[in-house]
Ligand binder design. Structure first.
Ligand code: PEP
Length: 253
C-alpha cells in the first residue's frame, strides 16, 4: 500500500468562534472553491451544524463537530450524543482535542468512549493526540502519544482505525504561533504509523494522520511534505476562507 491511496484531509476547527452569518459566509466561500484531491471538512460550533449541513447539500465539503458525548441518550444535561450529530448530518467529529483534555478533564478512557460512540453512529472520529511542552522537553513525546493511542486501540481494536482519522497536535503548537518543524512532525507521525503497523500493517498504511498546531498558508506545504503527513487540522487559519483554501491546496502539491 502506498501513501497515494491515503486520503488527503484538511479539517477546520472553528472552536467557539463566529455567529450564524459568519458561518454562512465562510462556508459559502469555501464550498465555492472545491480543492480536488483533498477532503475538506468544517467543524462548526454545535448550534450551526444543521444550518451548515443544509447549506452544504450538493457540495463536496464535509461537516464535522468539535466534540461528542461519551454517553448514549439519557439524563446528561447539556451533552450532545453521537446519534444527534449523525442526525444533523455530521460526517466527522473531533475527539480528544487537547483543549477538551486539558480544560474539561477528558481522560484517555473518556476519549476512547467518545471514539466508540462516534463509530457506532457512523461518524468518522478524528482522534487528536499530542504532548505538552513539558512532556516534549523531558523526552516523553512518544510515551504520551503511545499512551493516548493505546487507550483507543484497547477500546476498539485496530480494525476500527480503517474508519478513523488521527490528528497529531503538539499542545505547545496549538494557537501559539509555534509549529513543530516539518522534521519533528514527521518523526511523530512515523512513530504513530509504525505503532499501528505492529497491530496491522494495512490499516496503518491506510489511516490518514493530520498535523495540527499553528498551520498557516505559508507553512502548510513544508509541513505536509512529510511522507506520513496526510493533511492538517487547522484552528485559527480555518476562520479565513482564503487561508483555509490555500492550506487545502498545499496538500496536493
Ligand atoms: C486546533 O485547534 O486544533 C489548532 C491546531 O489550532 P491552531 O491552528 O490555531 O493552532
Amino acid at each position: 500500500m502506498t501513501q497515494e491511496i491515503r486520503k488527503k484531509i484538511v479539517a477546520g476547527n472553528w472552536k467557539m468562534n463566529g455567529r450564524r452569518a459568519f458561518a454562512k459566509e465562510l462556508v459559502a466561500a469555501i464550498a465555492a472553491q472545491p480543492v480536488s484531491g483533498c477532503e475538506q471538512i468544517v467543524c462548526t460550533p454545535y448550534p450551526y451544524l444543521s444550518g451548515v449541513h443544509d447549506q452544504l447539500s450538493g457540495s463536496a465539503l464535509k461537516l464535522g463537530a468539535q466534540n461528542v458525548s461519551e454517553q448514549e441518550d439519557g439524563a446528561f444535561t447539556g451533552e450532545v450524543s453521537a446519534e444527534m450529530l449523525a442526525d444533523c448530518g455530521c460526517d466527522y467529529v473531533l475527539v480528544g482535542h487537547s483543549e477538551r483534555r486539558s480544560l474539561y478533564g477528558e481522560s484517555d478512557q473518556v476519549v476512547a468512549d467518545k471514539f466508540v460512540r462516534a463509530l457506532d453512529s457512523g461518524i468518522t472520529p478524528i482522534l487528536c493526540l499530542g504532548e505538552t511542552l513539558e512532556e516534549r522537553e523531558s523526552g516523553a513525546t512518544e510515551k504520551v502519544v503511545a499512551r493516548q493511542l493505546d487507550a483507543v486501540v484497547a477500546a476498539t481494536g485496530i480494525a476500527a482505525f480503517a474508519r478513523a482519522v488521527i490528528a497529531y497536535e503538539p499542545v505547545w503548537a496549538i494557537g501559539t504561533g509555534l509549529t513543530a518543524s516539518p522534521q519533528q512532525a514527521q518523526e511523530v507521525h512515523a512513530f504513530i504509523r509504525q505503532k499501528l503497523a505492529k497491530e496491522d500493517v494495512q490499516i496503518a498504511a491506510g489511516v490518514s494522520i493530520l498535523y495540527g498546531g499553528s498551520v498557516k498558508a505559508d507553512n502548510a506545504a513544508a509541513l505536509f511534505a512529510g511522507d506520513d503527513i496526510d493533511g492538517g487540522l487547522i484552528g485559527g487559519a480555518s476562520l479565513d476562507a482564503d487561508s483555509f483554501l490555500a492550506i487545502c491546496k498545499a496538500t496536493t502539491k
